[in-house]
Design a binder for this molecule. Structure first.
Ligand SMILES: [Zn+2]
Length: 173
């Protein structure tokens, strides 16, 4: 898999070169969503927003992640939601919280899909005080494609740069 860097508003992330890049209209430095999509329909998105907003509700990126996952757990069409992997590592000086969850699809609801199928949900939450934004990298796939998808997700997660200083440093290499 070949990657190149998507860079906007002082953050950057690698994406597979042959994936489609969908940028929401009217994104701003402080808030937006960009979605990367493969020809088979696999999607990985990045959302960002004001850190002040996140800090007003959550004391940490971990709490933020828990809230996001709780919402998914309570969504219509989601059954038997369980977290398979939960870990924290560092991106620059921030804590990045990674979660891998699995759920059964009941059919219908936001997540759609046929009953009896499983869905895999990958996410990374990060609070960047340097750029005063939070970032969420997330994606969803079917159980059959988890390995392929997790590889791509992990590459993107590891390539993530959240503030300008770090990007400049990287470009000097
Ligand atoms: Zn940062």
């Amino acid at each position: 898999m070949d990657y190149e860097c998507f860079c906007i508003y002082g953050f950057g992330v690698d994406y597979p070169t042959d994936w489609q890049v969908m940028i929401e209209p009217r994104i701003r430095r402080v808030k937006g969503t960009v979605t990367f999509r493969s020809a088979e329909g696999m999607e990985i998105g990045v959302s960002w927003g004001p850190l002040k907003e996140a800090k007003g509700r959550f004391s940490s990126a971990d709490e933020h992640a828990k809230d996001t996952l709780d919402r998914i757990k309570k969504s219509r069409g989601i059954n038997n939601f369980r977290i398979l992997e939960h870990m924290s590592d560092r991106i620059d000086e921030h804590i990045a919280v990674f979660n891998h969850a699995r759920a059964d699809l009941a059919g219908g609801g936001f997540f759609g899909g046929g009953a009896g199928k499983q869905t895999e949900i990958l996410s990374m939450h990060l609070h960047c005080d340097r750029s005063e934004r939070y970032f969420v990298l997330y994606g969803r796939t079917t159980a059959e494609r988890t390995y392929e998808y997790a590889d791509i997700f992990n590459h993107m997660r590891n390539s993530f740069n959240c503030h300008t200083a770090e990007l400049k440093k990287r470009m000097e290499y």
